[in-house]
Ligand binder design. Structure first.
Ligand SMILES: Nc1nc2c(c(=O)[nH]1)N[C@H]1C(S)=C(S)[C@@H](COP(=O)(O)O)O[C@H]1N2
Ligand SMILES: [Mo]
Length: 320
């Protein structure tokens, strides 16, 4: 594992380019942060992506062999079923009047300091933003490398102070059937929900993202705040969060309710456990072009060193 010391002089790219984009208070908070700390967290085994995009936002953070996915691909190749099932649907449909500002997020359940926050106050309360480059692996066997802005989920846990009976966190995405046609149908058990164990939530890598490439999240990526769990399949990363609750029982999740034999609660990236309908041994690199190719999938998406301890003694085949 490669953990770069977070040095105050390592400004995010947003600090040195596109200054004209950085005028609004919200935009500033969600990507510039308060502490101006930039960190890179990437797996020790670098994937062999070789297409022509920058290694990192910052030369100081570039890692050999790891390329960021182009911004355009991150904005146009999405899963966000509230806005349609095709990869281009979220970009097209989530930007037709759906308002993600202002936004309220509520922290509740079994904790001593529950609270309801405007999202910008929430960012301030946890102490601001840092930048992390993470690999992103969808259960559909494609992958990206995304430069997120956001903060460690552990900060929220520390702030909320879970009660002893809290064993899991449940994440709830927005519910707005008036503005979101898909939520007026019963095809999925809306709202989108996800969950993590408490130890997973306090792992250093678990992250709440508020920006990408130094710009606030756009609607299709889960504005204004979404979960990112880089060692798990992408569906764990619930978008456009309105609630985080501390709970005693393993929470229901949308995909686990839809197809429990295909989408387990743990959903750790694992090339050794195939999806019932396709192989998980390799992954297609998004943005690498038609012949850009595939690369081997890494256990825990390359973050084995950081997270394998969470699953000591657990049969990862049964607990997929
Ligand atoms: N609310 C909500 N969150 C969601 C989804 C969704 O359909 N609805 N899709 C998930 C899946 S399958 C993936 S791979 C990622 C995709 O995130 P991205 O579009 O920002 O790459 O979001 C996850 N979060
Ligand atoms: Mo996904």
């Amino acid at each position: 594992m490669y953990i770069r010391n977070k040095l105050s002089w390592q400004l995010p790219d947003s600090a040195v380019t596109s200054q004209s984009n950085y005028v609004g208070r919200r935009q500033f908070l969600r990507t510039f942060g308060l502490g101006l700390a930039a960190g890179a967290l990437l797996p020790s085994v670098a994937p062999a992506a070789t297409f022509g995009f920058p290694d990192s936002l910052n030369a100081a953070e570039s890692l050999p062999g790891v390329k960021l996915t182009p911004y355009d691909n991150i904005l146009a190749y999405n899963n966000f079923y509230e806005w349609g099932l095709e990869k281009g649907d979220p970009k097209e449909n989530s930007n037709n009047g759906w308002k993600t500002e202002p936004w309220t997020i509520e922290i509740g359940g079994m904790c001593t300091k529950p609270g309801k926050y405007d999202v910008d106050d929430f960012i301030k309360a946890v102490g601001g933003i840092e930048q992390r480059n993470y690999r992103h692996r969808c259960v559909e066997a494609w992958s990206m490398v995304i430069p997120w802005d956001g903060f460690a989920l552990s900060k929220v846990v520390a702030m909320a102070q879970p009660k002893p009976e809290a064993k899991y966190l449940q994440f709830t995405s927005f519910m707005d059937p008036k503005n979101c046609p898909a939520q007026r149908s019963q095809d999925f058990p809306w709202p989108y929900t996800e969950g993590l164990t408490l130890p997973e939530s306090t792992n250093e890598l678990a992250f709440l993202a508020t920006g990408i490439y130094g710009k606030p999240l756009l609607n299709q990526n889960g504005a204004p705040i979404r979960l990112v769990v880089p060692w798990k399949y992408g569906f764990k990363g619930a978008k456009s969060l309105v609630r985080i609750d501390f709970v005693a029982q393993q929470p229901k999740t949308l995909w686990n309710q839809m197809a429990p034999n295909e989408y387990g609660f743990y959903a750790n990236v694992n090339p050794g456990v195939d999806h019932p309908r396709w192989s998980q041994k390799t992954e297609r690199i998004i943005g690498a072009g038609f012949f850009g190719g595939r690369q081997p999938t890494l256990k825990f998406n390359g973050y084995e060193k950081e997270v394998a301890g969470l699953y000591a003694g657990l049969d990862l085949r049964q607990n997929f």
